[in-house]
Write a protein that binds this ligand. Structure first.
Ligand code: PXP
Length: 244
């Protein structure tokens, strides 16, 4: 299973002072040296954390792969076409939200047409496309029909329920969603709200081949350093996989 580190939160600390440190590009180098399989960044329309400069530099120095999260908006898509990251994950974006709150809404025809168009054009540029969706049957079937290469299952509800313990139900839900996606020939990723404490049960789902984790790892890196934070998470993921 691949561990992709989302480094947006390094940029969030920098933007709090509108200065030049900490630099997410340096963070990416350290994370790669510690063993992550890829670097994820979300270039938001309001540029609240990652900046265009960060993405351009990351495209030059990242040796694993860049997973670029973006909303279906023409100016941001143009940047993706120009820079050609290995993978684009299409996400919903809402200016007021603190973080991405839910999966893509694929229930409306107009939205589906827009997302389908983006998948086709990104595919023509040789970019692998992923749709960030809630783990429900309709969204998965729709993602397959639209021709996405993969889905990223939103683990936020699982993460929110984790402390309260109804997580068994949420894990089953993620497991069923992962199996269905796999059966429909979609690669399966997952992420959002995953922590050192709650990630194991998700990592045990065999169909999941990539996890995108950000906040928890960056928060730990502030205290113990990037290398230790990445290695600790990688160890948990390895152990979960060998148990499953
Ligand atoms: N996956 C997607 C699509 C996201 O938008 C985010 C948050 O930027 C993550 C994964 C990582 O979430 P977290 O920071 O809670 O680990």
């Amino acid at each position: 299973m691949r561990f992709y580190l989302n480094i947006d939160h390094v940029a969030t600390v920098r933007q709090a002072r509108r200065t030049d440190e900490p630099d997410p590009v340096r963070a990416a180098v350290l994370a790669e040296l510690a063993g992550v399989d890829g670097i994820t960044v979300h270039l938001r329309e309001d540029r609240r954390h990652i900046q265009d400069r960060d993405l351009r530099l990351l495209m030059q120095i990242v040796r694993t792969g860049v997973n670029l999260e973006l909303a279906v908006a023409s100016d941001i898509l143009e940047i993706a076409h120009e820079l050609r990251p290995m993978q684009v994950t299409l996400v919903p974006e809402n200016r007021e939200e603190v973080t991405t709150e839910g999966g893509l809404d694929l229930s409306r025809d107009s939205k589906r047409a827009e997302i389908g168009g983006a998948i086709r054009s990104l595919g023509e540029s040789g970019i692998r496309t992923v749709l960030f969706i809630d783990p429900d049957e309709e969204s998965i079937r729709c993602s397959a029909e639209l021709g996405a290469d993969a889905v990223e299952l939103h683990t936020g509800e699982y993460a929110n329920s984790w402390r309260a313990k109804p997580e068994e139900e949420q894990i089953k839900r993620l497991g069923h969603a992962a199996t269905l996606a796999r059966d429909l020939a979609l690669a399966v990723h997952a992420g959002h709200g995953l922590t050192y404490e709650n990630v194991s049960q998700v990592a045990e789902i065999q169909e999941i081949e990539e996890l995108n984790i950000g906040h928890s790892v960056i928060a730990r890196a502030v205290l113990v350093g990037m290398e230790n934070a990445v290695r600790e998470m990688s160890k948990i993921l390895r152990q979960a996989r060998s148990k499953a």
